[in-house]
Design a protein around this ligand. Sequence first.
Ligand code: G4P
Length: 311
Amino acid sequence: MAIQWFPGHMNKARKDLAERVKDIDVVIEMLDARLPASSANPMIARMTRGKPALKILNKQDLADPAITQVWLDYYCSKPGTRAIALDAGERAPVTKLVSACRALAPNRGGLEKPLRVLICGIPNVGKSTLINSLAGRRIAKTGNEPGITKGQQRILLADDFELVDTPGMLWPKIEVEEGGYNLAASGAVGRNALDEEEVVLELLRYLMKHYTTLLQERYNVGDIEGWQDFEVLEQIGRRRGAMLGGGRVNIQKAAEIVLTDFRAGSIGPITLERPDEWKAWEKAAREREAERQALREAERLEREQRAKGSR
Ligand code: G4P
C-alpha cells in the first residue's frame, strides 16, 4: 500500500518550520500513543536534529499502558530526549509539559532567556485539543477529519515559557508499509486514501496476534486459534448482524464496525506497534526499497543496451 499525500501547504509548512526552528530551545513532537513511530513525521526528525526533544505520547487513554511504558523508556534512552504520556483527560498538562521542557533546556529560563518551545505533530494526533486545554480557551480548531491548524499560535505558559504552535503538518511519504496501515486504522489518513477492508484485515491480524482476548470479549467470536483474518472478520459481521441477503456477510459493514470500535477504544486499550517491531518493519522497508531501486537500475541498463543494439 503506498499512500502518497503531499498537498501544497506541506511545502509552506516545511519552510515555516525551517525558519522557526532556529530560535527554538525545545521541539515537542506529539505522537499517537497507539502508534508512536508511525505517527512521527520523518521530516520533523530531520529538520530538528540536534534540538532537545520532548515526545508526547498522546491519547494514552486508548493505548495499551504496558506498551506505552515501553515506548516512554525507549524515547528516554535517546540522547537529548524525554517523553511523557498524556490524554485529553489530564488535569494539569501544563505542569507535566513545562517541567519536562525545563529539564531538557536547563540553561534557559527567566525573563532574560525565556524558553521557546515549538509544538508539532501530524493531524489528528490531538494537538488542537491539547493547545486549547493549555491555553484554557478555544484558540485552535478541533474537528472530525484530520485537519490543519491554520496560522500560528503563541501561548505564554509562564512568564518565561513560550509555546509556539506550527500549522498542521502532513508527511511527504509513508516509508514503512505497516506504518501506513496503522495511520489508516487510527483515522489519521483520510478515508479516500485507503482500502478500508485491507486496513481492517491488517488490523485484525495484529489484534489476533497480540490482543486475542480483547477481540473475543468484544465480539464474542469464540476460539479463533488458527483462523484466517478474513474468517474472523466474517465472524464479527455475523455476530453483529452485518448480513446481506442469502446468509452472506456484509464485509464492508463488518470492516466499518471494527474500525469505528478501534478508533473509539471500544475493543480495549491497544497499541499497534512496539519499538522492536518497528525496527524490523523499517529494515524490511529499506530492503524492499533497495530491491526496487536495483530492479529499476537493471531495467534502465537493459533499455540502454537495447537502444545501442538497435543503432
Ligand atoms: P489535531 O489538532 O492534532 O488535528 O487533533 P484534534 O485536537 O482536532 O483531535 C482529533 C481527534 O482526537 C478529536 O476527536 C479529539 O477529540 C480526539 N482527541 C484528542 N485528544 C484525545 C485524547 O487524549 N484521547 C482521545 N481518546 N481522543 C482525543 P474527533 O472525534 O475528531 O472530534 P470531537 O468529536 O472531539 O470534536
